[in-house]
Design a protein around this ligand. Structure first.
Ligand code: NIG
Ligand code: FE
Length: 384
């Protein structure tokens, strides 16, 4: 089945180089089954034609950092924070309590609600971390449920030491039996390396154990403090280091010469009322950036990539082109896959914006501009 999408006002393509886009006006896009088989100004033969009436088409957003498997919320913690309390990793244990007592079907229902919101925001692929179980049974349950919905599942048994547990015993579990069972579901391993979570030394021990078993590394790093996570990330060739709110000049220099993507999570700075990292400094140094939602009930309860784009442009110093690139191709690079682009042969994951250009994503914050979302050529969301 060949479907030709016609009358695309602006077709936005992501180039290989960070932040570079190519825009084709009055374009057509041919989708054959789940892939793109032609794009350009010419109209080509197809089984059916769908006019997009001058709208903008962008690649689907690739959310490379999310914690969408959990129960309950932390709106009270958020309200207190907005009245001046500061954010710490401690709140994670509250969500752990609720998650442990939730059934599989309750966790699935919450995850499906979040995925529906992802599609509504134009996210066509997402990563999902465990980390709200923190005991053998629940961590594996979260990984199993996540693996029913995405191929990018991340083992985050090392989110924090669960309340009341002995630190050393928990580390042994994370590097031992829990890791062993995680292998059946996870592709990635992540550690929260920060104040109140794990030290760089502890994280090294976890990465050594997990990479020896074939998991690929990524890290939560430098969100609250700089405790030396960047050297560790580079030592292990992590696909991505995420948050990076606090980076020294030498961290920036080392990251620029590496293969590791820096994933910025502006929803977390917004919700924890923290200073935003200076993305322009990172771009100027030559670092490849991704933007992701960090969707979780504590530090960033958003499923909206357009919101993250607007924050990155307004508060972090990215241009609208760079932010769009970071939320698509950047996310794909942070997951070391080939998504986040529209080209012949690529997966037909795309988003139709009811706007004359992608710049409107930041220019019109809080407005639902996503009118349709397609995953592998199938329409999975349509705005009423
Ligand atoms: O990415 N930083 C660690 N983990 C999450 C927050 C988890 C929580 O507060 O529940 C994050 O921000
Ligand atoms: Fe996170």
């Amino acid at each position: 089945m060949k479907t030709l999408f016609t009358d695309i006002g602006s077709l936005v393509l992501t180039k290989e180089k960070f932040g570079e886009l190519e825009i084709i006006h009055n374009a057509n896009l041919l989708v054959e089954d789940s892939k793109i088989s032609y794009l350009g100004e010419q109209k080509v033969a197809a089984d059916q034609e769908i006019s997009l009436a001058g709208k903008t088409v962008i690649p689907g957003f690739v959310d490379s950092h999310a914690h969408p498997v959990f129960a309950g919320d932390r709106s009270e913690e958020f309200a207190h924070r907005m009245m001046g309390e500061s954010y710490g990793a401690g709140g994670i244990n509250y969500t752990v309590g609720l998650t442990r007592s939730a059934s599989d079907s309750e966790l699935r229902a919450n995850l499906e609600r979040i995925i529906a919101e992802f599609l509504e925001s134009g996210i066509t692929h997402f990563e999902a971390k465990s980390g709200y179980g923190l005991d053998l049974e629940t961590e594996i349950r979260l990984l199993r449920i996540a693996s029913e919905y995405t191929t990018d599942v991340t083992y985050l048994g090392a989110h924090v030491v669960p309340r009341g547990e002995d630190r050393e015993q928990y580390l042994e579990l994370v590097c031992g039996e829990m890791l062993e069972q995680a292998l059946g579901y996870a592709k990635w391993v992540d550690v929260f390396v920060d104040r109140g979570a794990f030290s760089a030394q502890e994280a090294r021990r976890i990465l050594v154990a997990a990479t020896a078993k074939g998991l690929k590394p990524r890290l939560h790093a430098n969100q609250l403090e700089n405790i030396g996570a960047i050297d560790l990330a580079l030592e292990f060739d992590c696909a991505s280091v995420d948050h990076c709110t606090h980076l020294s000049d030498s961290d920036v220099e080392k990251l620029a010469g590496s293969n590791t993507v820096v994933t910025l999570l502006p929803g977390a700075e917004f919700s924890t009322r923290s200073p935003y990292p200076d993305a322009k400094r990172l771009v100027d140094a030559g670092i490849t950036l991704a933007l992701a939602t960090d969707c979780n009930p504590g530090s960033s309860y958003t499923t909206s990539m357009p919101f993250c784009i607007a924050l990155a442009v307004r508060e972090m110093g990215l241009s609208p082109d760079q932010a769009l690139w970071a939320a698509t191709r950047g996310g794909a690079k942070a997951l070391r896959n080939e998504l986040g682009q529209l080209s012949v042969g690529s997966r037909a994951d795309f988003v139709v914006l009811d706007a004359p250009s992608h710049v409107h994503l930041a220019y019109r914050p809080g407005v639902q501009l996503v009118s349709e979302t397609y995953v592998m050529g199938k329409k999975v969301f349509e705005r009423n």
